[in-house]
Write a protein that binds this ligand. Structure first.
Ligand SMILES: NC(=O)c1ccc[n+]([C@@H]2O[C@H](COP(=O)([O-])OP(=O)(O)OC[C@H]3O[C@@H](n4cnc5c(N)ncnc54)[C@H](OP(=O)(O)O)[C@@H]3O)[C@@H](O)[C@H]2O)c1
Length: 244
């Protein structure tokens, strides 16, 4: 059995990734979300192979306790998929100009989109003390690419995803020094119809918009094929490379 931690397991892309992973009989998914108590029927569909625990990505001080509550002691974790993120929310709209910037919104976006990823890897260390391959995949966004940014705007989202990308690069350097057969990547999932992209539905019409199940298929294919050779890449949804 392979054990995968999935942060954001009840989001549009996260839930579809969980369903895709669970198509393989040899995988158990350990999901983190904000309201696991609302998911009884979903858990029932995957008795024993889907486990959900509570967390808030903006509260890293609690991550170790969140994992202690979810993961059995001594079990080995083979991978982490970070599918948590926000673009809009309470009082937060993607900024169009400098006057729209709000320090609390910027800080919250950095917490959820960037800081939580390495803090979760840190909290997960006790479950990574084994010699089997380990894969870490952070779902980032192409708009977090510095080189690709020609339009500006979306300050909090772009900058927090760029920070996430830097955390991925740093981890891709440190993790192989302390554990074997490890790979850590950032991945752009492609524009996908979820609650996150919903407000931009009209402007997305000209783009190639993916259904969550298709995105999940792409993400799981990338995840399953990750080897040490991919370590430190920024991967596009079709497996190609993106500029940092
Ligand atoms: N959809 C797209 O077109 C698109 C494009 C590029 C990148 N992405 C990235 O893909 C990832 C998944 O996005 P999505 O489209 O699936 O969006 P979504 O449906 O809105 O899901 C967002 C996820 O983030 C979680 N989340 C937000 N704030 C949180 C917090 N404070 N604590 C814990 N969890 C929190 C939500 O948790 P709950 O379920 O617990 O509420 C949910 O699982 C994000 O990183 C996003 O930036 C998406």
């Amino acid at each position: 059995m392979r054990n995968i931690v999935l942060a954001g397991a009840t989001g549009g892309i996260g839930r579809a990734i969980a369903e895709k992973l669970l198509e393989s009989d040899d995988i158990r998914v350990w999901g983190l979300c904000r309201a696991p108590e609302d998911e009884k029927s979903w858990l029932g569909e995957h008795e024993g192979r889907l486990h959900l625990g509570a967390w808030d990505a903006s509260e890293p001080a609690h991550f170790r306790k969140n994992l202690d509550d979810l993961l059995p002691e001594g079990i080995q974790m083979d991978g982490l998929i970070y599918a948590t993120g926000l673009l809009h929310g309470e009082g937060l709209k993607p900024e169009k100009r400098l006057e729209d910037l709000d320090p609390e919104n910027l800080s919250h976006a950095f917490s959820v989109n960037a800081i939580a990823f390495p803090m979760l890897v840190q909290a997960l260390l006790p479950w990574l003390e084994h010699n089997d391959p380990k894969r870490f995949m952070a779902i980032s966004a192409k708009v977090g690419s510095l080189e690709d940014n020609r339009m500006g705007g979306w300050y909090a989202y772009r900058a927090s995803k760029a920070a996430l990308n830097m955390f991925v690069r740093n981890l891709s350097i440190e993790l192989p020094r302390r554990m074997k057969k490890v790979c850590c990547v950032a991945v752009h999932p492609g524009t996908t119809l979820t609650a996150l992209s919903e407000p931009f539905k009209q402007s997305l019409e000209q783009l190639n918009v993916h259904k969550p199940a298709d995105t999940a298929g792409n993400m799981v294919t990338i995840f399953d094929n990750l080897t040490e050779k991919d370590n430190g890449r920024f991967v596009d949804w079709d497996g190609g490379d993106l500029p940092w």
